[in-house]
Every structure is written in structure tokens, then in C-alpha cells.
Design a protein around this ligand. Structure first.
Ligand code: FMN
Length: 139
């Protein structure tokens, strides 16, 4: 049972309120705990960027469900690979909204200096997520 990581981006289908996000996170964390999935969800009102870590089979199962979710559209798989270690082992699904602090990270990883995951490589998105990890509150 190999460890793998999947990163995708998508566009919300409507204006998300904090309640929408907390509903998603509640389900996500419950399901992810059951499947030993960890990761990070980042959201800036225009795009979702999510990283899922866990066994190949569980990542596939959860990603299929996520793809069928009508709360977002235009999902684009940015990176999928086998990994040796998790980046987010303490988080069933960490969540970060965009803030001034996270905005200041974009120039390093994005060709435009904007958060535009559809124009960023999978590895740039991964590196951005590693920087975002430093902003997460301690668990
Ligand atoms: C942006 C986004 C991220 C999501 N992330 C997860 C996740 O990490 N794990 C998960 O199980 N469901 C996640 N969901 C919810 C799934 O799409 C789906 O609603 C859920 O897995 C269904 O669970 P249920 O069959 O237990 O009702 C996410 C949904 C959205 C819109």
C-alpha cells in the first residue's frame, strides 16, 4: 500500500460563505480520518487548491467523490505521485483562506504574481503549499 500525493485545483460554482466551507471541512475531515488521508485545502474565493496524501487506493476513492461534487467545477489535476513522507501528517484536512500574509507568497511561485493555479506547475503549487504550511496554526 504505497503512499501518494494528489494536487488539484478547481473553481467554486457559487459564492462561498464560511458556512459552506465549514460544511465541506466537516465531511472531509470525517471521511479523511476514516481513510487515513491528510492534506491542505487553500481557498481564495476564485480557486480551490487542495492536496491529498494517503494510500493510492484511498486517494483515488476520495478524489472520485470530490470530482462529482457540484459545489465546484473545472477540476484540473496538477500533480499525482508516490511519495516517501507526508507534508501534512497532523492534519485530516488543514484549511487556509487567503490573507495578506498568504498573498505575499504568490510572486515566488506564480508567473503573474497572482494566485492562478491553472497557470502554475504542479511543483510550484506543491511548493506554495509547503510555504502555506508555515502559516498554519499549530495543531
Ligand atoms: C473543494 C472541496 C474539497 C473537498 N475535500 C474533501 C476531502 O478532502 N475529503 C472528502 O471526503 N470529501 C471532500 N469534499 C466533499 C466531497 O466532495 C463529498 O461531498 C464527500 O466526500 C461526500 O461524502 P459522503 O459520501 O460521506 O456524504 C470536498 C468538496 C469540495 C467542494
Amino acid at each position: 500500500m504505497y503512499l501518494a500525493r494528489l494536487i488539484y485545483t478547481s473553481v467554486p460554482t457559487h459564492d462561498f460563505s464560511p458556512d459552506d466551507i465549514s460544511g465541506i471541512l466537516e465531511t472531509a475531515r470525517h471521511n479523511n480520518r476514516e481513510h487515513s488521508i491528510t492534506g491542505l485545502l487553500y481557498f481564495n474565493h476564485r480557486y480551490f487548491l487542495q492536496c491529498l496524501e494517503g494510500s493510492r487506493s484511498n486517494i483515488n476513492k476520495i478524489y472520485q467523490r470530490i470530482l462529482n461534487d457540484c459545489r465546484h467545477q473545472e477540476p484540473l489535476l496538477l500533480d499525482y505521485r508516490e511519495i516517501e513522507v507526508r507534508d501534512f501528517p497532523e492534519w485530516e484536512m488543514a484549511y487556509l483562506p487567503e490573507t495578506e500574509q498568504t498573498r505575499s507568497l504568490y510572486m515566488r511561485y506564480s508567473p503573474t504574481g497572482e494566485f492562478s493555479p491553472y497557470h502554475m506547475s504542479g511543483e510550484s503549487c506543491h511548493q506554495l503549499m509547503l510555504s502555506l504550511r508555515k502559516v498554519l496554526p499549530a495543531v
